[in-house]
Design a protein around this ligand. Structure first.
Ligand code: CO
Length: 642
């Protein structure tokens, strides 16, 4: 039994998951032998906001722990969405949804690889490429998209690509089997069609990034150790993390990866809310090469694979340095059994240079404070790529989200050694198509309370005139975004554009509504044509900002089932209603990322590239909230005083 003493936002534990599985299988509703039912997704069904708030005010509330499960009962494009109460031991809701595909299944992906290895057409294509040891062929099942092929209809399919390794742990991406791909029915594990559009010679060089192949190694890097002899400055209670004046709950969703709940800031003894929930709602990697091998590649790595399902177990001193606290991730496998992924979430503090400083020129008195940040992070490996997700909390009330992109690029073999207009040569005979990595973060905001409004703030040159005789004047101009269609916005670095999230029922010491602002980077939007396949499926990435009124079932920017979806789901559909977003419970959806024109320096493994955004207080506090940070007391330096 699940006790009601656990916080309503406590992550699912093994008992919850195993209980949910048993309730589903014993419900009398499954239509196939119970051992054949697959659990494509199992995650916490978030409790109502009002209940969470009542619980956090110390009121006595009854917590009904519910699990959302997406079930597969066969090879067709049909799922069951089940809501299960593990508190009450019953199925609350059971809905069959047709013509959708959940995230790709790992077990099915393994069957795809086995089916291709046994397929005569596939093996004939390997023979045409002179491959003797076929066990060294690496097969990558890709999400196939939606292109109207007859293979797609009522099937869960993959399109498989292949690479040749020199040895079992070699980097196969150095030698693509260019020209070869295969459609495979994932649900049935059967090869539908092997497509071979022609042999391209293998690039001459390998792509090892291992130290034994890249010597001599540098010998002049001395140890750099992070020591916190008195321990860390944060505390952990269940999934509640408290650091300095911040408090938040940390969880992990199978698809979204890291999830933050109830982020608040203690200001004079009471916690002022900021975010009810924040997560990566979707991401897409659209490729910009128009050729038949690469034009269909558009990976929705959250909705098609799952950033939590792909999360790494992190290693001390490698992924995170210093005094580290880890949270494990308890998750369901595809048969509904609970497992633990150790060390899935890393929590630590980092020195971050100076926080503020001034030297009084008259007296010579100096005051300097050190900045530090609390880091909550996880890393997902999705096929060839790695994505590190980092939430940073600072001493001055600001916070930041950063994605670190690394791993190995998706490659193509080039016969003439020159390549084409939509790919960079990265090694002899080897190119990497241009592509983008576009993320959407869903920010369920509650700045000083539930009801908020968003202003777009541009800083503009003021017109010349009697009140601007010298022409030097400029000022921020704030425009209230009133409806969903008005709030489809893009970045504008030339105008220092930001989006201010205000609570117009609260004012600061100078009479302004309290607010935080979303500060974007100079980020691109989706470059694919809006009418293209990926343009219709990843419309969330066509605008940098979307704002919606909160709705319980609006969670994923490209809809719940982007895999093989024909498009239009998620943000474009919801915001077409053009609902009001003024002084109500609202959600901001920020799309950002990078356009990746590959460099030779990105090969064979990419140095980290960064993207993200910040949330800064703007009139939320009455003055610099970090005046009470004490001078550093250790060491020989003079951080403070004359
Ligand atoms: Co890239």
């Amino acid at each position: 039994m699940t006790t009601s003493t656990r916080h309503p936002l406590a992550p699912l534990d093994g008992d919850d998951i195993n209980a949910a599985r048993t309730i589903v299988l014993d419900s009398g509703r499954v239509t196939i032998p119970r051992e054949d039912v697959r659990f494509a997704y199992m995650g916490l069904c978030d409790p109502p906001k009002a209940l969470v708030h009542a619980h956090d005010r110390g009121e006595d509330v009854v917590v009904d722990r519910r699990v959302r499960a997406v079930l597969l009962q066969g090879p067709e494009a049909t799922v069951v969405e089940a809501i299960v109460s593990v508190t009450r031991g019953i199925v609350d809701s059971w809905v069959e949804v047709t013509d959708v595909r959940p995230n790709l299944q790992f077990e099915e992906a393994m069957k795809v690889i086995a089916a291709l290895r046994a397929d005569p057409d596939w093996n004939a294509a390997l023979e045409r490429r002179g491959i003797v040891d076929t066990s060294l062929v690496q097969i990558d099942p890709w999400p196939a998209g939606a292109f109207g092929s007859h293979h797609e209809k009522n099937r869960r399919i993959t399109k498989a690509l292949a690479y040749l390794r020199d040895s079992p742990d070699d980097n196969g991406y150095a030698r693509p089997l260019e020209g070869l791909m295969a459609y495979v029915d994932m649900g049935r594990g059967t090869v539908l069609e092997v497509v071979d559009i022609g042999v391209v010679p293998f690039p001459p060089q390998g792509g090892s990034y291992y130290p034994e192949d890249n010597g001599p190694l540098r010998t002049d890097l001395r140890p750099l150790a992070i020591a916190q002899p008195e321990g860390v400055s944060f505390t952990v209670d269940g999934n509640l993390l408290s650091w300095q004046k911040w408090s938040l709950r940390v969880g992990m969703d199978p698809l979204e990866g890291l999830v933050l709940h109830t982020v608040g800031y203690d200001d004079g003894g009471s916690v002022r809310p900021l975010l009810f929930r924040a997560s990566v709602s979707e991401m897409v990697v659209p490729y910009g090469d128009p050729g038949p091998m690469h034009s269909w590649k558009n990976a929705f790595d959250a909705g098609e694979w799952g950033l939590g399902r792909m999360a790494n177990s992190l290693t001390l001193g490698c992924d995170c340095l210093g005094e580290i606290t880890y949270f494990d991730d308890v998750f369901s496998d595809e048969r509904g059994h609970a497992h633990t992924r150790p060390n899935a979430i890393c929590i630590h503090e980092e020195d971050y240079g100076i926080l503020w400083k001034h030297v009084d020129m008259t007296s010579g008195r100096t005051e300097v404070r050190r900045s530090r940040r609390l880091v909550v992070s996880s890393i997902a490996t999705v096929g060839n790529y790695e994505y590190g997700f980092y939430w940073y909390f600072y001493l001055d009330g600001s916070l930041q989200f950063e994605v670190k992109l690394t791993g190995i690029m998706s490659t193509m073999g080039v016969a003439d050694g020159v390549g084409d207009a939509h790919a960079s040569m990265v090694a002899p005979g080897l190119a990497a198509p241009y592509h983008q990595h576009l993320f959407n973060v869903r920010l369920d905001v509650e700045v000083d309370g539930t009801d908020n409004a968003v202003f777009e703030v541009d800083t503009l040159r003021s017109p010349l005139g009697d009140d601007n005789p010298w022409g030097n004047a400029f000022a921020p101009v704030a425009t209230l975004l009133e409806t969903e269609l008005e709030a489809r916005r893009g970045v504008d670095p030339l105008r220092s554009r930001s989006w201010k999230i205000t609570n117009r029922s609260k004012v600061n010491a100078v009479g302004q509504p309290t607010a935080y602002k979303l500060v974007p980077t100079s980020t691109p939007t989706l470059l694919a044509d809006p009418t293209s396949n990926v343009g219709r499926r990843a419309t969330f990435a066509a605008h940098n900002l979307w704002v919606t009124p909160f709705a319980e079932d609006e969670r994923r920017a490209a809809g719940d089932y982007p895999n093989q979806h024909s498009g239009g789901a998620g943000l474009p559909a919801w915001t077409a209603q053009d609902r009001s977003i003024v002084d109500t419970d609202i959600v901001l959806w920020h799309s950002f990322g990078v356009t990746h024109i590959p460099r030779p320096e990105d090969w064979p493994v990419m140095p980290v590239e960064y993207t993200g955004f910040s949330l800064l207080p703007v009139g939320f506090f009455d003055r610099n909230p970090a005046l009470d940070v004490p001078p550093t007391s250790d060491g020989e330096g003079h951080c403070h005083g004359a």
